[in-house]
Design a protein. Structure first.
Length: 198
């Protein structure tokens, strides 16, 4: 067998091996591969020197009490032309242990009913959330909506209250609407029934 043929066979085998080891993990974890899996594959500790680490503002853990599934309601307060207590949005929010959040809003899906966010702990039972939605109006792209929340978790960890702001921008970053209000959240568990979230 010629040298070129042997090289081609070895190269093909190496590609298949890498594909088999890395691709299933990437698909299952959205491209994230843990250091331990890389070490196990390579059989040695790789050098991580020179790789910047994210700044740790407040440690987040799987057991942080804000982590979980919530029924949320956003109500107007102190807005000109909108009565206090008017429900501006409601939906389901999932706060993840990695500091990310997703909300399924009660807005019509064709106006964009999902927001993606990030959160951090700012004090004892206090959290700050920053998330964005892509808004549409009459089938046309309107622009980004920025929703910011400051919430405080209850002593039993089953609810939270706080304040929020919503800023709607057009595609060029010009402010269209600024709304403020109060938010409340109620924890959803494996035992929560549909009547508990209505």
């Amino acid at each position: 067998m010629g040298t070129m043929l042997k090289t081609a066979i070895v190269g093909t085998f190496a590609t298949v091996l890498l594909w088999t080891v890395f691709v299933p993990n990437a698909a299952a974890e959205c491209g994230r591969m843990e250091k331990s899996k890389i070490v196990a594959f390579l059989g040695q500790e790789p050098s991580w020197q020179g790789v910047p680490k994210p700044a740790a503002e407040s440690p987040i853990s799987d057991t942080d009490p804000i982590v979980g599934f919530w029924k949320v309601k956003l109500m107007s307060k102190d807005n000109s032309g909108i009565p206090d207590g008017t429900v501006l949005d409601a939906g389901y929010s999932q706060w993840h242990s990695d500091g990310t959040e997703i909300m399924n809003s009660s807005r019509a899906p064709d106006t964009q009913s999902f927001c993606l966010g990030v959160w951090k702990k700012t004090g004892h039972s206090r959290y700050k959330l920053n998330h964005f939605a892509i808004s549409w109006a009459n089938g046309n792209l309107l622009g980004p909506a920025n929703i910011r929340e400051d919430v405080t978790l209850s002593h039993d960890g089953n609810s939270f209250t706080g304040t929020f702001t919503v800023d709607q921008y057009n595609q060029f970053g010009n402010s269209l609407v600024h709304v403020v209000g109060q938010i409340e959240g109620k924890r959803i568990t494996v035992d929560t029934s549909v009547t508990d979230v209505l």
